[in-house]
Design a protein around this ligand. Structure first.
Ligand code: NAP
Length: 326
């Protein structure tokens, strides 16, 4: 089969379409003819050599897929060749074929394209686990979502809107803020033009927010603590602004703050199956009903993966970037 491989760690130009052996499903897995996959920031880090796949996972990039079942592992029940499925994988989706544990594979809802389905798993699973399973965001609370026009951010805004939260966002351009407001954000701050923590103080009349969904890490740490009200919860979901901080722990104590961290890819299979099940029961029905939707920015053919990576690294996308596989 053809797949995107990295000739060496480096820039987007190291991605190339090459011939590799087909993956072989275990008894619990499906072999899927991939029709679409999607980019995630983690793919750019893996390409640079900073985020190796967990043991046992494919070296090929790609954390989510949509396609048709080509073969079914001997222990799998409930799927047959030709079924249209989508789901989260630990790697391997930038390819014509990939394997997925059958318990993580979901039937593609009627009327959905492969492109739509491929845009869902990583960002909706991440927002579900961080905002709700960990931070327990509730109706009437205020959440601050950073990098809100990102793939994960656009999912998080819609899910927070559905539970009835007040949503403050930060993003890097006026266009991104407009799109986030259209998705349900209450107010937005162009963080390059003004200090977001001053803005939060102003817009909440000095009260602060209950929950922060943060993808930036070190560069926002102190200002995030300033933005939280007493008893507030900070969820660290990404480290685009660095990992190391010098912390004044007294702030955590006196404001009685909770800090959570979360990753998806390196979780044990049992966790990922449970996450998939939570998503199927709580959020997939809202996607099927059209109440929430994956936000898709651009679609590239698989062979142009390097161009797609460059586009993401230039911070140009609002929502997901998709790769289609002919
Ligand atoms: N922990 C997990 O389980 C998990 C799972 C999935 C994703 N993630 C993380 O979630 C984040 C979003 O991923 P994604 O794939 O949705 O991203 P994405 O669509 O590529 O969007 C990322 C956006 O973040 C903003 N940004 C980049 N660097 C920044 C910086 N230094 N300071 C402030 N804003 C910055 C840019 O928008 P602006 O124009 O607004 O600056 C950029 O477009 C990443 O950090 C990713 O690693 C974590």
């Amino acid at each position: 089969m053809k797949a995107i491989t990295c000739s060496a760690p480096g820039g987007p130009e190291v991605l190339q379409l090459t011939e590799v052996p087909d993956p072989v499903p275990t008894p619990e897995q499906l072999l899927v003819r991939v029709r679409a996959t999607a980019l995630n920031r983690a793919d750019t880090l893996q390409r640079l050599g900073h985020y190796p796949p967990p043991p046992g996972e494919s070296e090929i990039l790609g954390l989510e897929l949509a396609g048709e079942v080509e073969a079914v592992g001997t222990a799998v029940k409930g799927f047959a060749p030709g079924d249209r499925v989508f789901g989260l994988v630990g790697g391997g989706a930038y390819a014509e074929k990939a394997v997925i544990d059958a318990r993580m594979a979901m039937p593609i809802p009627a009327g959905w394209s492969f492109v739509q389905a491929a845009a869902v798993p990583e960002v909706f699973f991440t927002a579900q686990e961080t905002l709700f399973t960990l931070a327990q965001l509730k109706a009437g609370e205020t959440v601050l979502i950073h990098a809100a026009a990102s793939g994960v951010g656009t999912a998080a805004i819609q899910m927070a809107r559905e539970v009835g939260a007040r949503i403050l966002i930060t993003a890097g351009s006026g266009e991104k803020i407009e799109r986030c407001l259209a998705l349900g954000a209450t107010a937005g701050c162009q963080y390059k033009e003004r200090d977001f923590s001053d803005w939060v103080q102003e817009i909440t009349n000095g009260e602060g927010v209950d929950v922060i969904e943060d993808f930036i890490g070190a560069a926002y740490w102190e200002r995030n603590l300033r933005c939280l009200k007493s008893g507030g919860r900070l969820v660290l979901v990404g480290l685009m602004g660095g990992a190391k901080v010098e912390a004044n722990l007294a702030v955590l104590m006196t404001k009685r703050l909770q800090v959570f961290g979360s990753v998806l890819r390196s979780r044990p299979l049992a966790d990922k199956i449970a996450i998939t099940e939570r998503f199927r029961s709580q959020w997939l029905p809202l996607l099927i009903a059209g109440r929430i939707q994956p936000i898709i920015d651009r679609v590239f053919p698989l062979a142009r993966a390097s161009e797609a990576h460059r586009y993401m690294e230039e911070n140009r996308n609002i929502g997901k970037i998709i790769l289609t596989v002919e």
